[in-house]
Design a protein around this ligand. Structure first.
Ligand code: NAD
Length: 428
């Protein structure tokens, strides 16, 4: 079977959605609809540059850097910056396309963007990492800003890296007289709290997934939360917060895992206790040791992949016994597995809906930065829930009326809202 690149997959997906969506538009609008879809197959622009960094030993090294700006019909381009050896032009193009759909899902006023540098950051000293981050920010500086393109952390980047980038962007403004008056703090999200980060951002992705779980439980008529058993792959930021909020609400978390393996306890696990022992001993404990693959095949109500992409493959899919899957990781299910799961009647909540709580809270961070007025932790969480709930309810309705899967319904809603704005603006 021919394997497709990430961006080819994004285009195939868009074509499938467009085929169904086209009929919702009046005959006289369909050719403009087609033009919009064609335009959305490629990003508006992709910047590429070779960044030269001075290493600690006095030598210089070159690192290839990218930023893809996919579409801004709904608002400024928005998306993370990834530091990883597998970063490529194709990958950032695909990821920026998916960001356009993710922002449209919860209705936040952003388009899609993504950036990255081909590098293994673990080989860099702290000084080298800072110089690379600053060089990247300087390369991007002419093309970003709070009303243009708002980057954030992604794989292997964090609040500290955003702080260096904010500082470099501000220096660029002063030195070049360009983008003067643009708020440097509102140009990046995922910042440390002291530099304008938002309360609640750390747990927002996991908690957003819980709001989705609660709505799903209503639809599936799972009235007794204790009887809803949950297996979670990945116990990092997303997996931990999902597990903790599920436990606090009375669901039974029966399995957890990290890169070393999984634990299973049908009586239930307390995620806070598991974390405390993991921090002391380095391993997960509190249940029977099983493999990550066994975790995926457990007989549970809900399976939550919250670690890596492409873990639910065509080989694993037939073994899955869960009634529902909530994709907290990005891209955990391969397209072949997706088709098999649908045939089995497993309800799958796709990543662009399930983990949208993260980017939605980044939007709250940006709003707070633009106003210079900061919200409490409780205020942030109270604003997140209605947006997640509304997205779920609207997409469920699309699923029911169109008889499509949740993934297709999610893309239908997202693509339609982008195309409608392209039509409204007269771009096509
Ligand atoms: P993280 O680095 O904090 O945690 C990753 C977890 O996965 C760790 O527990 C790690 O041990 C585990 N893991 C690594 N390799 C594994 C393997 N082979 N098998 C099982 N577990 C393995 O990362 P995170 O921020 O929690 O992100 C997890 C996923 O969620 C990623 O796909 C990420 O893109 C996605 N995501 C994160 C956010 C966010 O706000 N952090 C937002 C949207 C999407």
């Amino acid at each position: 079977m021919k394997t497709h690149s990430a961006h080819e997959n994004a285009v195939i997906q868009l074509e499938q959605v467009a085929k169904i969506l086209r009929n919702e538009y009046a005959d006289e609008v369909q050719s403009r609809f087609d033009t919009a879809i064609d335009k959305l197959k490629t990003p508006d622009r992709v910047f590429e540059e070779s960044l030269t960094i001075q290493m600690d030993d006095g030598s210089s090294r070159e690192f290839t850097a990218f930023r893809s700006q996919h579409d801004n019909a709904r608002g400024p381009y928005k998306g993370g910056i990834r530091f990883h050896e597998n970063v490529s032009r194709d990958e950032v193009m695909a990821l920026s396309t998916w960001m356009t759909w993710k922002c449209a899902v919860t209705g936040i006023p952003y388009g899609g963007g993504k950036g990255g540098v081909i590098v293994n950051p673990r080989i860099l000293s702290a000084g080298e990492l800072q110089r690379l981050s600053r060089a990247y920010a300087r390369f991007l500086a002419p093309y970003i800003g709070p009303w243009v393109d708002v980057p954030a952390p992604d794989v292997n980047t964090n609040g500290q890296i955003m702080a260096w980038m904010v500082d470099e962007y501000e220096q660029f403004q002063l030195e070049t007289n360009k983008s003067q008056g643009e708020n440097p703090v509102a140009t990046f999200t995922g910042k440390p709290l002291e530099l304008g980060g938002s309360q609640g951002r750390e747990e927002a992705t996991g908690l957003g997934g819980i709001y989705v779980l609660e709505k799903l439980a209503e639809k599936m008529k799972w009235s007794d939360k204790k009887k809803v058993s949950i297996a979670i792959q990945g116990f990092g930021n997303v997996g931990y917060w999902f597990a903790k909020h599920a436990f606090d609400r009375g669901y039974t978390v029966v399995a957890l895992s990290d890169s070393k393996g999984a634990i299973y306890n049908p009586e239930g696990l307390d995620p806070e206790k598991v974390l405390a022992t993991k921090q002391k001993t380095g391993t997960l404990s509190g249940g029977k040791a099983i493999t990550n693959e066994e975790l995926l095949a457990l007989d549970v109500t809900v399976l939550v992949p919250a670690a890596l992409e492409n873990v639910i493959t065509a080989e694993i899919a037939p073994k899955i016994k869960a009634a529902a899957i909530i994709e907290m990781a990005n891209g955990p299910t391969t397209p072949e597995a997706d088709a098999l799961l649908e045939k089995k009647g497993i309800v799958l909540i796709p990543d662009v809906l399930a983990n949208a709580g993260g980017v939605t809270t980044s939007y709250f961070e940006w709003v707070q930065n633009l106003h210079g007025y900061y919200w409490s932790h409780a205020e942030v969480l109270a604003k997140l829930q209605p947006l997640m709930d509304r997205a779920f309810i609207e997409i469920w309705k699309v699923k029911e009326t169109s008889k499509q899967s949740m993934r297709m319904a999610t893309y239908m809603k997202a693509v339609k809202s982008v195309v409608d704005l392209m039509l409204l603006r007269g771009r096509v």
